[in-house]
Write a protein that binds this ligand. Structure first.
Ligand SMILES: C[S@@+](CC[C@H](N)C(=O)[O-])C[C@H]1O[C@@H](n2cnc3c(N)ncnc32)[C@H](O)[C@@H]1O
Length: 284
């Protein structure tokens, strides 16, 4: 992955969310305020200019995304389902007593910024590589800081999550926590994914949950996104953010068990797959 430049995939997810706002029906699916906050953040951070945001929120861009849907069927709309899934996990987790939210590989996600004022007794943490996190921090500063939102700029490939959090005086290892890894684990090497789950288990209290999306593995063990898998793998590599990890859904129980978690499909909801990604929830 390109480590010294802001993530292109994070930028792409954010612009996709903006375009979804122009597609009828999507406003009912996307969590309230998501599109407006994403637009503000993209401009305030300097990631894109206002013109690009306006252009993204147009029927023309909806048509462009739909024209490319053959590559990964359903993936355009899937980002709305993914945002809704993550927000539901956080709200349910807080309802069940979570006092901390940790968003890993947060990109330009706005959940922390939007929900922090609604839940002043909950601490929100976000981590991303410095190039993306610093850009986002500029945007958040312009939009209005939240007392209970902490943005952490760290490359989790260079520094262990447990060390990063231990160094943060607000982090409470014994607190019930909701951990989100949305569109992240496919970009990490296999050993890093297992290690990340083990560390998440080690730094969170009883009753915590981890919600994440992942790309299923095919018979050859590589990420499988259908007919155009080879092309997608090549494109991801070409933009410097290759897909490195995937797993067969039937192997998830065992993988999570070995990493200190229990697969909890009942918490994930009835539809576990949208576009090319599966959604999963694990508890401890
Ligand atoms: C596809 S984007 C998803 C962004 C966000 N979760 C969303 O769905 O809107 C993946 C994000 O993971 C971050 N990321 C990837 N590897 C990372 C690492 N080793 N340490 C910290 N962040 C990482 C990237 O910088 C990027 O922002």
């Amino acid at each position: 992955m390109r480590k010294d430049k802001p993530s292109r995939t994070a930028y792409k997810v954010a612009l996709n969310i903006v375009t979804l706002a122009a597609k009828p029906g999507m406003d009912r699916l996307l969590p309230p305020g998501t599109v407006q906050a994403t637009e503000k953040l993209l401009v305030a951070s300097g990631a894109v200019d206002a013109r690009t945001v306006r252009w993204s929120r147009s029927q023309r861009m909806v048509s462009v995304y739909q024209a490319f849907d053959w590559m990964m069927p359903g993936q355009f709309e899937a980002f709305a389902y993914r945002k809704a899934f993550c927000e539901r996990q956080v709200r349910d987790g807080i309802g069940a007593g979570a006092a901390q939210i940790l968003v890993l590989g947060a990109g330009y996600d706005t959940l922390g910024w939007r929900l922090a004022p609604e839940f002043p007794g909950v601490n929100f943490f976000e981590i991303d590589r410095p190039a993306t996190a610093c850009l986002k921090a500029n945007g958040i500063a312009a939009m209005g800081q939240r007392d209970n939102l902490c943005l952490i700029a760290e490359d989790l490939g260079k520094r262990k999550l447990a060390d990063v959090l231990k160094a943060n005086e607000l982090w409470d290892e014994s607190a019930r926590t909701v951990i989100l890894a949305e569109g992240l684990v496919m970009y990490l090497p296999p050993e890093a994914v297992r290690d990340l789950f083990c560390q998440c288990a080690a730094v969170s209290g009883a009753g915590s949950r981890a919600a994440f999306s992942y790309i299923p593995a095919g018979a050859d063990g590589r990420p499988d996104v259908g007919r155009w898998t080879g092309l997608m793998l090549w494109l991801q590599k070409a933009v410097g953010e290759p897909w490195m990890w995937s797993i067969r859904p039937e192997e998830l129980d065992r993988f999570l068990e070995k990493s200190g978690w229990t697969n909890a499909p009942a918490l994930a909801g009835t539809t576990l797959k949208h576009g090319v990604e599966f959604y999963a929830v694990a508890t401890k």
